[in-house]
Design a protein around this ligand. Structure first.
Ligand code: IPD
Ligand code: CA
Ligand code: CA
Length: 272
């Protein structure tokens, strides 16, 4: 077994364990909800799943670094390429989780020198395990993944999301949304960026755009890329940032729609 295969096995098992934990915590009576900075929802299950995943990684790989949304959210780590970096979102879709929706995922990415090598996104409520190894393809459970073949922008179903704090960006977000709604078939806001991107990988969606954090998309982006999606940004990435881990102005789509969607989103600010 190659070392990336054994990393994938390790990450898959961890995602399953964390999935069991969050399913059990939601079914019991001990779920508590809080708000970070008074606005961003977090539950005790986010904290517990983060601890389960990060302590297992620390035990197994003492010299690796971890970027994890709840316990180690220091974003400067993405620019330090010295040692392997694990990027963890213990629950992506916390609002869905706290409201008893199913669109919830655990996301685990393993990165070397700014490039994701292994990605695991697990939706425990739908028993869907998305995985990829760089250069070797992407799978949902044991089925290989491929993006949709929609090539007419008017037929495209596009997912997006919105930040918790919309105070500064709302007018621009609305312009982009308006532009997409004007030119595409429809829009979805499903509440888990990681699953949005995996759904592009498997063709349930044709494209996705949003500004998010590395833990929201690092694993899913590899899965989408390995399924044939084009992954990039609709506004240029600053020169000092590792492109694959930079979450601002992300665009991920099937290969036919990337270019037209990129122009739509880039030009939205200046549209009418
Ligand atoms: C959120 C989800 C959501 C996206 C938000 C993220 P969280 O992650 O991915 O789809 O629109 O920007 O913060 O907070 O549930 O881990
Ligand atoms: Ca997230
Ligand atoms: Ca989260």
């Amino acid at each position: 077994m190659s070392s990336l295969e054994s990393i994938l096995n390790f990450a898959t098992q961890l995602a399953e364990k964390a999935g069991d934990l969050i399913v059990e915590m939601r079914s019991g009576k001990h779920l508590s909800v809080d708000f970070k900075q008074g606005i961003e929802l977090v539950t005790n299950a986010d904290i517990a799943a983060d601890k389960l995943i990060t302590s297992a990684i620390q035990d197994q790989f003492q010299d690796h670094r971890i970027l994890a949304e709840e316990s180690a959210p220091d974003l400067e780590k993405i620019s330090d390429l010295s040692t392997p970096l694990w990027i963890i979102d213990p629950i992506d879709g916390t609002v869905n989780y706290a409201h008893n929706h199913h669109q919830v995922a655990i996301s685990i990415a393993y990165c070397v020198r700014g490039k994701v090598q292994v990605g695991v996104v697990y939706c425990p409520f739908q028993a869907e395990m998305f995985t990829a190894i760089r250069g070797q393809g992407a799978w949902l459970n044991d089925q290989p993944l491929q993006t949709s073949s929609v090539n007419d922008i008017q037929r495209a179903i596009v997912a997006t999301g919105f930040p918790y704090d919309k105070s500064e960006t709302l007018p621009l977000l609305m312009k982009r949304l308006e532009s997409i709604l004007q030119h595409c078939a429809d829009v979805r806001r499903l509440g888990s960026a990681a699953l949005d991107i995996c759904w592009v990988a498997m063709g349930r969606l044709d494209a996705y755009y949003e500004t998010v954090s590395p833990w929201d998309f690092a694993a899913a982006q590899l899965i989408a890329r390995e399924a044939g999606a084009l992954c990039g940004h609709f506004i240029d990435v600053p020169a000092d940032m590792p492109e694959e881990l930079y979450g601002e102005n992300l665009l991920i789509s099937n290969p036919h729609l990337f270019k037209p969607l990129k122009s739509l989103l880039a030009d939205a600010e200046n549209a009418r």
